[in-house]
Design a protein around this ligand. Structure first.
Ligand code: ADE
Length: 367
């Protein structure tokens, strides 16, 4: 009986719910929305400090709507999937300008905003506005797949189950209970079925192998790219930085100029690998009209994994470069001011590498 499942889960939740900052009562729809966007690709423990810092900086939707995109990206720096921040910013401006600052309280209204899909709309509508809306994220998919022992159910099927389980009038509470069960008990590996309120109803448990549901997807090989990255420093101790195009991967973020290497001689050797230095010199020739290849040092490499590919950035330091004209999306920035820009995660790591290089930092200190 569905009502037994509902009652068991709600009773468990009353005792074991997680007390999270976005769950403070009374619910603030802006807080709920922000949390759902941050949580789309990021773990709760990582989100909490970002969430709290964000609200000190943008305490209301109106503050967010008025902010510059650069400021918004800086506050998101390190969370990844930056289109979430750009869309949230755009959506805040739409709500502020077109809807008198009132966040839509229905799934349909929420779906009309950028960055809000069916899951997020259901979560905001149920958690912030008490609407009877279902949700389906990775955790809920796993709980439902196990409850009904479905090895490879389609999303449509899983949505139907999530909708049919919903207790009218208590959807927000029930959805949070599903989230918490998925995060703390019904985990991907080694679920703690002994403490699970749904154990008596769970077909996967009855069959003896809850972990087998849903069946693991076959993972595709992840492509890998090598990049040469240029730390180009002028006589005023400024570095040449580049802002990525506003649209696309890491859009609007700042980085040290880089270029893909197609034929990497394996394995490159620090600090004077000739092919890497030649590529760096070529990139430098495009950016600053000077041949300073004598001053190039290959100082290290930084690896980073995106969802669909991995990169290795081979970092080359070029000192005492003459500042000259450069393309519009480039800027000379002092070492101190670099951290004021919103940087990609691998550029933050490159900055650490730069700071840890005694030879480089002593050169910086002297100037
Ligand atoms: N994951 C997605 N949304 C969440 C929420 N509101 N609380 C905890 N974990 C979540």
């Amino acid at each position: 009986m569905i009502s037994n499942i509902q009652n068991a889960l709600l009773a468990w939740f009353a005792k074991h719910k997680r007390h999270l900052p976005w769950r403070r009562e009374p619910r603030d729809p802006y807080h709920v929305w922000l949390a759902e966007i941050m949580l789309q690709q990021t773990q709760v423990a990582t989100v909490i400090p970002y969430f709290e810092r964000w609200l000190t900086h943008f305490p209301s939707l109106a503050h967010l709507a008025q902010a510059s995109q650069d400021d918004v990206l800086k506050r998101w720096e390190g969370l990844g999937y930056y289109s979430r921040a750009r869309n949230l910013h755009k959506a805040a401006q739409m709500v502020q300008n077109e809807q008198a600052g009132q966040i839509p309280n229905t799934v349909a209204g929420l779906l009309a905003l950028p960055g809000i899909g069916r899951y997020t709309a259901g979560a905001i509508a149920s958690l912030a506005f008490g609407q009877d809306a279902a949700i389906l994220d990775g955790n809920v998919k796993r709980v439902v797949s196990r409850l009904y022992a479905l090895p490879a159910a389609s999303d449509d099927e899983l949505w139907q189950h999530s909708e049919s389980l919903l207790p009218a009038g208590r959807a927000g509470e029930f959805n949070e209970a599903l989230m918490d069960l998925g995060a703390t008990i019904c985990t991907p590996r080694a679920p703690t079925c002994a403490g699970c309120p749904l154990k008596p109803h769970c077909i996967a448990y009855t069959k003896g192998a809850p972990e087998a549901y849903p069946a693991p997807k076959v993972k595709k090989a992840i492509p890998h790219k090598n990049l040469v990255t240029l730390l180009c420093r002028n006589q005023n101790a400024q570095f040449l930085m580049r802002q990525r195009p506003r649209q696309g991967l890491l859009g609007g973020l700042w980085e040290f100029p880089s270029e893909e290497i197609f034929d990497l001689p394996q394995p490159p050797r620090l600090p004077s690998d000739a092919p890497i230095l030649a590529l760096a010199a070529g990139l430098m020739g495009q950016l600053v009209s000077e041949n300073a290849s004598a001053n190039l040092r290959y100082i290290g490499l930084v690896k980073h994994a995106f969802t669909h590919f991995r990169i290795t950035r081979h970092v080359v330091f070029a000192d005492q470069v003459q500042p000259t004209l450069h393309p519009e999306n480039y800027r000379w920035v002092s070492a101190d001011d670099i951290t004021k820009l919103a940087l990609t995660k691998s550029d933050l790591r490159i900055l650490e590498l730069l700071n840890s290089m005694s030879v480089v930092s002593s050169q910086i200190d002297r100037s």
